[in-house]
Write a protein that binds this ligand. Structure first.
Ligand code: ZN
Length: 346
């Protein structure tokens, strides 16, 4: 059954399978949990199980109905998401909107959905609405949607997928049967990085650590930026205040493009977190392969130095992203400030 494709969420799957087995399908469901842990995959599998004729209450995954559900174009299944998400996914183009695509799910979208739900199902047993990124429903839209949650048209099933459930009104949440999704196990993420990104060893461990259990985040990470992670960190630590050569070479090396400069600053932020962990003597380092360097640096600089690094990196990032400042000058300024503060003898 297609729900079997959802990995690492045994509790959530048990409650969905249980509902399908007993046929007690609540009319509104709230799938909650971080982005990229399988909520939407589970929604597709659940809807297939609801609509599939070949394998009722299970879903075959291969018939025309199941295929259309997976392609998001089954006539009885309405997907609702913010306009900018539609653009990001390629379901709509920027030119389809006369305004900047909204990050909210707006009241007009809810009204349109309500109109569609008021008609009879065209083919299947149910009419289904899937609200992806439901936390983006603005207040007005949530209030308008309450009516549907309270008195849904016959044969309607509503799925809300949300990562920040606290942004949903308590009245919305309380109408839904809740299915919590958790972060995915580290082993599962490592395995998928291996098969889908050909990523292994320390870089894979780094990505797994940073992804916080989100497979979506792990797979979306910029693998190219990661390739030079070790070199970046080692040369950052090697820069000397009185060795202008290493300083300017570093600034030049990591300013080839704005994107590269920003990605490098972000990697150094994780490195700074690792140095703090090494200083505290606990926690799993993101850069586990550089543990020795982390503890050497942690022994040389103070807690205040670590905070300063973090703040200066944030500032540099802010200048680069918001103010279009020259990355090279930002690097030079950052390095001089960091190294000047830390130059005390070890
Ligand atoms: Zn099927």
């Amino acid at each position: 059954m297609p729900l079997d494709d959802v990995q690492g969420q045994p509790r959530a799957m048990e409650s969905l399978r249980g509902a399908l087995r007993t046929g007690s399908i609540h009319h509104a469901w709230l799938f909650s949990g971080p982005e990229g842990v399988g909520k939407e995959l589970a929604a597709v599998g659940f809807v297939q199980a609801l609509l599939c004729d070949g394998a009722p209450n299970a879903g075959c995954g291969t018939c025309a109905t199941c295929a259309r559900v997976a392609r998001r174009n089954h006539p009885d299944v309405t997907w609702v998401m913010p306009e900018d998400e539609q653009v990001r996914r390629g379901y709509a183009g920027r030119s389809d909107f006369t305004h900047t695509p909204s990050r909210d799910i707006k009241i007009e979208q809810v009204r349109k959905l309500q109109e569609r739900l008021s008609y009879r199902a065209l083919e299947g047993r149910y009419k289904v609405a899937v609200l992806a990124l439901a936390e983006q429903l603005n207040n007005q839209a949530q209030n308008a949607f309450l009516k549907t949650l309270e008195e849904p048209p016959a044969g309607t099933i509503i799925l809300l997928l949300a990562s920040a459930v606290n942004r949903l009104l308590p009245t919305v949440r309380s109408r839904c049967s809740k299915v919590p999704f958790g972060p995915l196990p580290r082993e599962l993420i490592l395995q998928r990085l291996r098969t889908e990104r050909k990523l292994d060893g320390p870089p894979a461990a780094f990505v797994a650590e940073l992804s916080n259990g989100s497979l979506g985040q792990a797979l979306a990470m910029d693998v190219e930026a990661l390739a030079g992670r070790r070199e970046l960190i080692e040369s950052f630590e090697a820069v000397g205040l009185h060795d202008l050569g290493t300083l300017t070479r570093f600034a030049e090396r990591y300013s080839a493009s704005r994107e590269e400069a920003e990605a490098s600053v972000r990697l150094l932020k994780f490195w700074t977190r690792d140095v703090a962990l090494a200083r505290a003597g606990r926690g799993r380092l993101a850069n586990a392969d550089l543990a020795e360097l982390a503890s050497r640096v942690a022994g040389r600089i103070s807690d205040a130095d670590i905070h300063r690094r973090d703040r200066l990196l944030d500032e540099a990032l802010g200048w680069m992203t918001r103010n279009n400042a020259s990355p090279r000058l930002q690097w030079e300024r950052l390095l001089i400030q960091v190294k000047r503060a830390e130059r005390r003898a070890p």
